[in-house]
Design a protein around this ligand. Structure first.
Ligand code: PMP
Length: 417
C-alpha cells in the first residue's frame, strides 16, 4: 500500500518506509551503495503518483489545450485547469485567475520584473532585496535596474542568518517601490519573518515579490494570510515535474500588467496591424503550456496534501534537529545560519577542506549533497566563504540517512588527517 493510500484508509502515523516506497529512485544504488539523497533543496525526487499522472495523461487524455473542439482537447484542458484550481487551493489564492503557470520560479520573477517592473518603475526608484536571496530574485532586478536606472539596495542579515529588522525598517524610511524577499533561504534554511516584512512594506507603500521556491515544500504557504503581492514557486521542488511553476499575483495587479511574451493562447484578436489580449491568467501564458507537467504538479500537491504539510514539517524538523546535533560533534565543522527559525537545510564547511572535496568524497559513500555557492553569492560573500556544503532534507529522508551523512563526513576527516 502506498503512503497516501494508507492515510486515506486509516490515520497511520507518518511512516517513512511507506513514503519511500512511493519514490522509485530512492531504492537504487549509487556507486554500489544505497542512495542517500540529501539534495532535495536543489530538486526533489518524484513519487510514483506524479510519474503515473503524467504517463496517464499521455496515454489516455493528451492533446493541446484550450483551442480544440474535439473530445481529447477538451479533456486535456479540463485536466490542465483542474491543476490550476489545485494550486489555487494549495496556496489559498482567492481566485483561479491569480494563478499563472510559468516554467518555474525564475520565469515567474522575470515575468514580474519585465511586465510589472517596466510599467511601474522609473529612474531613481528603489528596490530592496535581502542578502539571503537566490540569484533568481536578484538578477532580474539588476537587469531591470540597468535598463531603467533603478537603485537596488540590500537588506542586511545578522550572523545567525536572519534579517536585520531594524535595518529593514530604516531602509523603508525613504520611498521604496518593491521588496524582493525569500520566504526561506535555499542556502541556510533560515525562514524570514515574511508576513511582518510584507506588512511593513505595504505600510511604506511598497509591493512585495515573495520567493517561496524553498518554503513551498516545508509548510503551508497561504498567500492571503501573507498578503504578498506576488509569489513564485517551482513544481520540481515540491515533488512535481520540472518545467512547471507558478506565479501568483493579486488579481488587480495582474490585470494592470501588460503581457510579457506574445504568441498563441494569449490573444483575444489579432489582425495584421494589431493584437488584443485575453484576460488573466491566459494573457501571461503565451504558447503551448507545460500540460503534462501541470497535471504532474497537481498530483504532487495531492500527494503532500494527503500526507499533511504539518506532518511533513514535523518530520523534517526532527531530521533537522538531529542533523544539527550530530554535525556539532564533528571536529572543525562550522555551520552557517544558526537562527532558530530554520527548516530542512544544514549548510556547513569543514576547516581546511574544500567543499568540493567534501562533496566528492561523501558521494563515494552514496551520499548526495550539494556543494558550491547555491546561487546565493552575495550570501556567501556575507559569510566570507566561496562555497558551503549543503545537506537538505525532505519528507522521504530518515534518521539513518543523517547517520550516513555524519559517517561520510567522518570519513572525509579521516582522509584529510
Ligand atoms: N528561489 C529559490 C529560493 C530557490 O531555491 C530556487 C531554486 N534553487 C529558485 C528561486 C529558482 O528556481 P528554479 O530554478 O526552479 O526556477
Amino acid at each position: 500500500m502506498t503512503m497516501t493510500a494508507a492515510l486515506a484508509t486509516n490515520d497511520v502515523a507518518f511512516d517513512t518506509s511507506l513514503v519511500r516506497a512511493d519514490f522509485p529512485i530512492l531504492s537504487r544504488q549509487v556507486r554500489g551503495r544505497p542512495l542517500v539523497y540529501l539534495d532535495s533543496a536543489a530538486s526533489a525526487q518524484k513519487p510514483r503518483q506524479v510519474i503515473d499522472a503524467e504517463r496517464r495523461l499521455y496515454e489516455e487524455e493528451y492533446a493541446n489545450v484550450h483551442r480544440g473542439v474535439h473530445w481529447l482537447s477538451q479533456s486535456a484542458t479540463e485536466r490542465f485547469e483542474e491543476a490550476r484550481d489545485a494550486v489555487r487551493r494549495f496556496i489559498n489564492a482567492a481566485e483561479e485567475r491569480e494563478v499563472v503557470f510559468v516554467r518555474g520560479g525564475t520565469e515567474g520573477i522575470n515575468l514580474v520584473a519585465q511586465s510589472w517592473g517596466r510599467t511601474n518603475l522609473e529612474e531613481g526608484d528603489r528596490i530592496l532585496i535581502s542578502t539571503l536571496e537566490h540569484h533568481a530574485n536578484i538578477v532580474p532586478w539588476h537587469l531591470l535596474a540597468a535598463e531603467r536606472g533603478l537603485v537596488v539596495e540590500a537588506i542586511p542579515i545578522f550572523d545567525d542568518g536572519q534579517i536585520d529588522m531594524d535595518a529593514y525598517r530604516r531602509l523603508l524610511d525613504r520611498p521604496v517601490k518593491l521588496v524582493a524577499l525569500t520566504q526561506m533561504s535555499n542556502a541556510l534554511g533560515v525562514i524570514t519573518p515574511a508576513a511582518e516584512m510584507i506588512r511593513m512594506a505595504h505600510d511604506a507603500g511598497a509591493r512585495v515579490m515573495l520567493d517561496s521556491c524553498q518554503a513551498i515544500s516545508h509548510g503551508a504557504v497561504d498567500v492571503q494570510a501573507l498578503d504578498c503581492d506576488f509569489m513564485v514557486f517551482s513544481g520540481h521542488k515540491i515533488y512535481g515535474p520540472t518545467g512547471i511553476g507558478v506565479l501568483y499575483g493579486k488579481a488587480e495587479l495582474l490585470e494592470s500588467m501588460p503581457p510579457w511574451q506574445g504568441g498563441g493562447e494569449m490573444i483575444a484578436r489579432v489582425t495584421l496591424e494589431r493584437s488584443t489580449f485575453k484576460g488573466i491568467p491566459h494573457r501571461f501564458e503565451a504558447g503551448t503550456p507545460a500540460i503534462a507537467q501541470a497535471v504532474g504538479l497537481k498530483a504532487a500537491i495531492d500527494y503532500v496534501t494527503a500526507l499533511g504539510m504539518e506532518r511533513i514539517a514535523e518530520h523534517e524538523a526532527m531530521l533537522h534537529a538531529l542533523a544539527v546535533e550530530r554535525l556539532s560533534t564533528i571536529e572543525g565543522l562550522t555551520m552557517f545560519g544558526s537562527h532558530p527559525a530554520r527548516a530542512a537545510i544544514v549548510s556547513f564547511n569543514l576547516d581546511g577542506i574544500h567543499p568540493h572535496d567534501v562533496g566528492t568524497i561523501v558521494d563515494h559513500e552514496g551520499v548526495a549533497v550539494r556543494v558550491g555557492h547555491h546561487c546565493a553569492q552575495p550570501l556567501m560573500d556575507r559569510f566570507d566563504v566561496a562555497a558551503t556544503v549543503r545537506a537538505s532534507f525532505a519528507l522521504y529522508n530518515t534518521a539513518d540517512e543523517v547517520d550516513a551523512l555524519v559517517a561520510s563526513l567522518e570519513e572525509v576527516r579521516r582522509l584529510f588527517s
